[in-house]
Design a protein around this ligand. Sequence first.
Ligand SMILES: [Zn+2]
Ligand SMILES: [Zn+2]
Length: 153
Amino acid sequence: MHEHHDHNHDHSHDELKEAVERLKTSGIRITPQRHAVLEFLIHAQTHPTADDIYKALEGKFPNMSVATVYNNLRVFREIGLVKELTYGDASSRFDYNTSKHYHVICESCGKIVDFHYPSLDEVEALAETVTGFDVSHHRMEIYGTCPDCKTKH
Ligand SMILES: [Zn+2]
Ligand SMILES: [Zn+2]
């Protein structure tokens, strides 16, 4: 796991710059709050909820509300910068959309960890052949118990 984090750390500065560029080219105004939310998402790697981000940034921006955070996330989602992950519960989690990856989800604490694996394109091709659908995407999740929860038992 540490290897993964270090890897992301090395690139996070460039990723932030790239993301800011993308906002600019999409004609989206970059407010200090918007910049902070984006920076948090890129560094977090934890798939935070809007509430998590709000709690992490409220000290820095006393006038910010959870709604502001959510609105910013919605803007990012609309231009494809972040992915909203909904798992049927009240609070969506947000994922900075760097590259295609799958998720491993802890059934005890709900933690979501990135799992890099070549995209299963052949499944999509097969589904198209078998069903005649135009396949747009697929979603695969792996479930289990995370290392932290394993040691708690
Ligand atoms: Zn867990
Ligand atoms: Zn992810």
